[in-house]
Design a protein around this ligand. Structure first.
Ligand SMILES: [Zn+2]
Ligand SMILES: [Zn+2]
Ligand SMILES: [Zn+2]
Length: 319
């Protein structure tokens, strides 16, 4: 009898929705890393580099564009960024039960392709969802709402867009047990502005900062002269930061200064070795050309020897 009950419970329970004794579970909020690549993902379209060719052959080597899945203490589901690989990412997120998780809200850091490419999946031709709340900065909401495809989805009631002010924490759903906060980050602004998104939990704060032009500009913007002081402003315990390129020599034939990001080498220079009170730092938004994609690379070892990490899809952070 006990075995049967356990079997039923483990196969049918929904994460944090309830416990076998009928009490709501209050074990907090979880953040799952659902994507760690730069906007193009790995393999990148049309790329014949070794990393991309190997990823075509071996699914385990694939990386999807940056995305986080946050499950509230009430069991509600929220994603940050909506990518072309939404389908696979929802499956990675769904660790328990047979029904694939469907997000109730989406928060978007900025309007560059890889961060919003999956939005059409919510519409009539695919999922046909209703009343999904989309949170963006004021400027980005204006630009987003002006797209004809987005206007159609709003008219069809698939999505409802909401502007959020910088620095103002908001709950994506009332009672979800965490709040989000957009903070401005200097980054190419052809399509709108760029935010980093802070996930504020009861105990811990996670910073998601996939894109920035340079530490110099970000630190200048916040009037800080080092990265640690920047993290301290927002009391960050864990940071997921822009690791697009390893070095400036990485993209032969393309002018890397036209696609500015701090290199991981720059960031290591500024951070040095991890010290006792430092936040955990993981690099993500990895370009296909970045040698840290190879788990045996010496560049990845350098990151780890300094006490930092390369973010991995499926990793779960708790708040
Ligand atoms: Zn990006
Ligand atoms: Zn490639
Ligand atoms: Zn960008």
């Amino acid at each position: 009898m006990v075995l049967l009950w356990n079997d039923y419970y483990f196969r049918n329970r929904r994460f944090k929705d309830w416990d076998p004794y009928g009490y709501p579970m209050t074990s907090g909020v979880s953040v799952t890393i659902l994507g760690t690549a730069q906007d193009g993902g790995i393999p990148q379209s049309g790329c014949s580099c070794r990393t991309c060719m190997e990823a075509h052959k071996d699914f385990k080597l694939r990386k999807y564009p940056v995305c986080l899945g946050v499950i509230g203490s009430d069991g509600s589901k929220h994603i940050i960024e909506i990518t072309k690989n939404l389908s696979e990412q929802l499956m990675i997120w769904t660790t328990i039960g047979k029904e694939i998780f469907i997000p109730e809200t989406v928060s978007i850091s900025h309007l560059h392709l890889g961060h919003i490419e999956g939005i059409g999946q919510f519409g009539k031709p695919v999922m046909g969802l209703k009343k999904i709340d989309i949170f963006l900065s004021r400027e980005n909401k204006k630009n987003f709402d002006n797209r004809s495809d987005i206007r159609l989805m709003i008219e069809d009631d698939n999505i409802r867009t909401h502007a959020k002010e910088f620095y103002q924490p908001f709950e994506p759903k009332e009672g979800c047990g965490f709040s989000l906060q957009f903070i401005p980050i200097p980054h190419r602004s052809e399509l709108g502005d760029t935010s980093a998104i802070i996930i504020n939990g009861k105990e811990r704060n996670i910073l998601f900062m996939p894109d920035q032009d340079s530490w110099e500009k970000t630190l200048e913007y916040y009037s800080k002269d080092n990265v640690r002081d920047f993290f301290r402003i927002f009391d960050i315990d864990e940071a997921l930061i822009d690791g697009t390129f390893w070095s400036m020599e990485e993209l032969p034939g393309r002018n890397i200064s036209e696609i500015p990001h701090p290199t991981i080498q720059d960031s290591l220079q500024l951070l040095g070795k991890k010290m006792e009170d430092d936040p955990e730092i993981s690099f993500l938004h990895l370009n296909h050309s970045n040698p840290v994609n190879d788990i045996n690379s010496k560049q990845r070892k350098i990151v780890e020897l300094n006490g930092w990490k390369i973010a991995e899809m499926g990793n779960v952070l708790t708040l």
